[in-house]
Design a protein around this ligand. Structure first.
Ligand SMILES: Nc1ncnc2c1ncn2[C@@H]1O[C@H](COP(=O)(O)OP(=O)(O)OP(=O)(O)O)[C@@H](O)[C@H]1O
Length: 237
């Protein structure tokens, strides 16, 4: 079996003196979509931030594309081909949709799908219809899609996607799920944090379930959907 694109082992993270993650281990294979699941406050966002180098962290292994990330700052990790889409939308409100996309443009990267505004407009038809609109005049869901689209302009080979369905209207959630499936079809690997089982089961191949900063369960999405015990223990509200 070829080596996973992302291998995380023994990941610990802190906010100041608060020790949040304790020994998270996971892998994301080439072209795989993995859902990081768990209740509010379980440590999903912190796991993504720790991989990206945005919080204080330590790991026995933190390897992406055969490179060790532990000593690298976030901008170097981004340059290696990891795209991070935070939960809070980060668009430039005074710029138009097209201008926001241009801000994210990076040269093509060998081994990763490469994106242009036109290709992204095919992926997100509702953004195409508002390409000249400024961010201030977009809904929260539209801003979320634009944040994802702008990250794709950096031509990542791994996408870290924080709670993509949170706070979105049902129609936009379906569009977001379609987009993730099409990104997978393009060959992109995705690690997403998610509370919604229905969204995760619509897009993910495998799941990692965490609770209070520890990995509790890992398996295929199909196994998770049939394991009432795990769902009741770690996911049910
Ligand atoms: N900036 C911070 N400073 C101190 N503690 C924090 C900070 N951000 C998060 N935490 C704590 O870290 C823990 C994990 O939070 P995290 O946001 O990673 O969880 P999550 O699983 O993503 O939850 P949610 O679905 O609510 O975003 C929680 O106990 C939270 O209170």
């Amino acid at each position: 079996m070829s080596e996973a694109l992302l291998t995380v082992d023994g990941l610990q993270a802190w906010y100041g003196r608060a020790h949040i993650l304790d020994g998270i281990a996971l892998t994301v294979g080439h072209g795989e979509v993995v859902a990081l699941m768990g209740r509010n406050g379980a440590g999903k966002t912190t796991t993504l931030k720790a991989i990206m180098g945005l919080v204080e962290r330590r790991a026995t292994t933190l390897r992406f594309d055969r490179r060790e990330l532990s000593a690298l700052p976030a901008h170097r990790i981004a340059r290696l081909g990891v795209g991070y889409v935070p939960e809070d939308r980060r668009i430039f409100a005074d710029l138009t949709v097209e201008e926001n996309l241009e801000v994210g443009r990076q040269p093509p990267r060998p081994g990763a799908p490469s994106w242009t505004p036109e290709k992204l407009f095919a992926l997100f038809p509702n953004l195409a219809e508002m390409r000249g609109r400024r961010g201030t005049r977009m809904s929260g869901g539209e801003q979320q899609m634009l944040t994802l689209a702008r990250t794709l302009m950096g031509n990542p080979s791994l996408l870290l996607l924080d709670e993509p369905s949170e706070g979105l209207a049902p129609l936009i959630v379906r569009q977001m799920a379609d987009a993730v499936r099409r990104l997978k079809a393009e060959g992109l690997s995705v690690l997403l944090s998610e509370q919604s089982l229905s969204f995760a089961s619509a897009v993910a191949d495998r799941a990692c379930v965490i609770e209070t900063g520890r990995l509790r369960w890992t398996g295929t999405m199909t196994e998770l959907m049939t394991d009432n015990g795990v769902r009741a223990a770690y996911l049910a509200v």
